[in-house]
Design a protein around this ligand. Sequence first.
Ligand code: IVH
Length: 665
Amino acid sequence: MEWLAAELHRHNYLYHTLDAPEISDDEYDALFRELEALEREYPDLRSPSSPTLRVGGGLLEGLAKKDHGSRMYGLEKVFSKTEWRAFAERMARALPGRPLSFWCDPKLDGLALEIVFENGVLAEALTRGDGTRGEVVTRAVRTIRTVPPRLRGEGPFPASLAVRGEAILYKHDFAQLNKRQEELGRKIFANPRNAAAGAVRQLDIAVARSRPLRFLAYNVGNVDWGEAVPSTRHHDVMERLKSWGFLTPPDGKLCSGLKEVEEYAASVRMRRQLFPMEIDGVVIKLDSLEDQKDLDYTASAPRFAVAFKFPANQARTRLERIEIQVGRTGVFTPVAVLAPTLVGGVVVSRATLHNEDEIVRRDVREGDTVIIQRAGDVIPEVVGPVLSMRPENSVSYVFPNVCPACGEKGYRESGGIAWRCGNLSCPDVRLRSLEHFVSRAGLDIQGLGSSWMEKLADSGRVSSPADLFDLTLDDLLKFERMGETLARKFLASLEKARQSASLKQLICALGIRHVGEQTARLLAERYRDLDELAGSDAETLQSLPDIGPEVASSITSFFDNAGNRALLTRFRALGLWPRRQAEENARAPNPLRGKSVLFTGTLSLPRHRARQLAEAAGAMPAGGISRNLDYLVAGESPGGKLEKARSLGIPILTESEFMRLLHSD
Ligand code: IVH
């Protein structure tokens, strides 16, 4: 029991305070339950500081701490219908003769917060901390856009109201954040929870402000109702939170009886991937606040609420070896080659290890048994090694200092986290640049996959992206296994790209370091064409939003390079010379120009194509639903976004209506 307690304390600290877990959530739960069972059997041996008696982790030094008005409890977890039934029966036995109804909503995985409103005005925000005492994060929380600085509506408001909920990042915001971090050569976050927690628990609130955090309210703590009429039911609390301007978890539902709860849980679980945020279960709460009060709390959790957890998207497997991939900017990315294993229904055989520092920090070694996880649509990643299963002859991994593709010595910039190959003619750098040029992020030239790109590059026939446009049918047919149909298809899509590539696409396709899709879009709005961009100096570039000295100097040095200038000359001669969208639009005005558009449901064309078409017409693809959205385009089985858009009065288009607008110039 002592060993279990010490281990659990350690893992709590790793998870909550350092945001660097060593074991999977399932393994943590297993240890926790083992200790709980022993404590039930030997109550006298339970230590007063047992981890089963506390919630959350420790506190971070540096932020002020403060007691919560009332304790923020954790939730007991159940993992199966049987366990849920046992929990529910305990509730029913304690409340004989009362019909039970439950408020159910998805369980969010972020950072739990308590935000106190005095007479309707935001006064203070605390993290959960150890449940009793939290860190004061008022300033960071004020920067969260979904936290109302004062309650909406007429009132009367409670004299004092503690709103509880979770600060989270939506999946698409998380993906964009990581893309941006990568573009800027900064730290990549392991999952949305870590990124959200890191942003709030910062002494520097600029960090919180720069991350698109959202706060979703799911409960209240201490309330002094004052002039306001007290709630007697949890669903009424939720309605009031909504009317006061809070975002609440999507799909919350009042269920009567166990069966309805089970159907609800199954339906959320099935649609898990479709929610905009990570969801790791559903939370089931007794609806009657009087019943809640009667049932009260155990030492660590309410008896009236429970978390019904979904199986985690984590698994254990053997890390066979670490492979180094060389990217188009020469960056070495370590990739874990794994014994293939199922994670959340998908076979995973490779996972990213991010960079040298991450390998050192987690001390991941070849031959280790590792925990891997898939979070949403994010690339699978290695969480860490299972130390107890490490082979005896294991040795620390030594990060290579030569390029595995060309053998040239690599370098690591001071302050940078990545090793790079600086050889401009490194075959991998060239190949990856070509692949990037034709990829979706670039000119989106379809027809040939990456193995064909490799053949074209290896043959020496294509060494620069401009060479692609000089290819003839005869050139292509010289390759083994290249048929005429495939060759013609490839030539046709090259021709299409040559004629219709947008300036944003071409800027992005060039693969300038630190210039990803977002920055390319910005530049394409500001500059008339590549010539004007090439002539811009660092100072002018830096005056644009979001462009710092590093990005600016990367752009100017790209265009200072003689080889790159020659490439531009060739593009112009080829007629691959797009102009700024505004100029294009001026020739062909379109009703979608300048409008924000969001897609939902299944369309007859891939989502990214629809987005590109919208962009080409001058529209701005939106990340989510807000009052500022101009159009929601709804395909088949649209889901929750449609209802939300309706409730906000946003115009909704069918796919064919969208297509008509697209072509109505
Ligand atoms: S209600 C009395 N609802 O999960 C019920 N909690 O693992 C109090 N959590 O401490 C909580 N999603 O921080 C509730 N929809 C949800 C939730 C939720 C996530 C958190 C909460 C809790 C933790 C327990």
